[in-house]
Design a protein around this ligand. Structure first.
Ligand SMILES: NC(=O)C1=CN([C@@H]2O[C@H](COP(=O)(O)OP(=O)(O)OC[C@H]3O[C@@H](n4cnc5c(N)ncnc54)[C@H](O)[C@@H]3O)[C@@H](O)[C@H]2O)C=CC1
Ligand SMILES: O=C(O)[C@@H]1CCC=N1
Length: 270
């Protein structure tokens, strides 16, 4: 399967890195990227072909991944139109609805909307996928194969829920990084050296996530097991509750979901 990326920024790097790491042939991957520095990085890091603009040869592929910012998509798609045949088009753009993308692509309907996340770079991503009814089983399998190369996947039956996938897992790594930053900051404040603070914060996050993944019990039970009555964890959780940490996280995710819908509506006016 030959894959061409439109846009070679952060997320394309994560996906291409994951694909090459999984053994996809670099010769079968290309990227159309307008920034010379980004092209040089992609070539050096993964040995893939790059193009400065929409070269006809670039679109001689089976699957196109649209990886520009949602606000750049309409303009970036225009030069692609004359080269669209039966390629499967997979968008990773937040907010952008397939009805609008299809309109911008001259009515093309072999479209899959996906939402991966940056741990894809190390093969630990999670991606929600939604396909138009016109995408057959082989098309769905092809999209799934690409995203499964960089982590786990799940099909979403209702496109409206793709904004919620974006809010939970697309943006999710940022919430976890923020948590790591906070834990590390607290460790520094308590007198640890930076390397020790980093080790304590990261290994704790990693260990707890692995335990939650491997355990049959819900996270709430695992949390209770750490929390001795009258102990240190109880003191921490009471203070965090007083600061509105849990409510803040839930409200933040809901704000991300609302922003995705808003973005979709704004893009739909174009
Ligand atoms: N960063 C993240 O964690 C995630 C991002 N996404 C989605 O991925 C998409 C890309 O996001 P990022 O990689 O973060 O953005 P980015 O800005 O790092 O990458 C976009 C790239 O596209 C290039 N580009 C823009 N217009 C172009 C054109 N007309 N022709 C060729 N190249 C062009 C830019 O030079 C840039 O390198 C967005 O739609 C975003 O919603 C999805 C999941 C997670
Ligand atoms: O912040 C954003 O809009 C993109 C989508 C999910 C992660 N980054």
């Amino acid at each position: 399967m030959k894959i061409t990326f439109l846009g070679g920024g952060n997320m394309a790097n994560a996906l291409i890195g994951g694909l090459v790491g999984k053994g996809f042939a670099a010769a079968d991957i290309a990227a159309v990227e307008r920034e010379p520095d980004n092209r040089a990085k992609l070539e050096a890091a993964y040995g893939i072909r790059t193009y400065a603009g929409p070269d006809a040869e670039a679109w001689n592929c089976d699957l196109i991944v649209l990886a520009v910012k949602p606000q750049q998509m309409k303009e970036a798609c225009a030069p692609l139109l004359p080269h669209l045949r039966q390629q499967l088009v997979v968008s990773i753009a937040a907010g952008l609805r397939l009805a609008d993308l299809s309109r911008w692509l001259g009515g093309h309907r072999r479209l899959v909307r996906t939402m991966p996340n940056t741990p894809a770079l190390i093969g630990a991503g999670v991606t929600g996928l939604y396909a138009l009814p016109e995408v057959d089983a082989a098309g769905r399998a092809a999209a799934e194969r690409v995203l499964q190369a960089v982590g786990s996947t799940l099909w979403i039956a209702d496109e409206a829920l793709m904004d919620s996938v974006t809010a939970v897992s697309g943006s999710g790594p940022a919430y976890v990084f923020l948590f790591i930053e906070a834990l590390q900051q607290a460790a520094l404040d308590l007198g640890f050296a930076p390397e020790q603070a980093r080790q304590l914060a990261i290994e704790t996050t990693l260990g707890a996530a692995k335990l939650a993944a491997q355990s049959a019990e819900p996270a709430s039970v695992l949390r209770e097991r750490v929390t001795s009555k009258g102990g240190t964890t109880a003191a921490a959780l009471a203070k965090m509750d007083e600061c509105g940490v849990l409510a803040g996280i839930v409200a933040g995710v809901i704000a991300a979901d609302a922003r995705g819908r808003e973005l979709g509506e704004l893009l739909g006016k174009d």
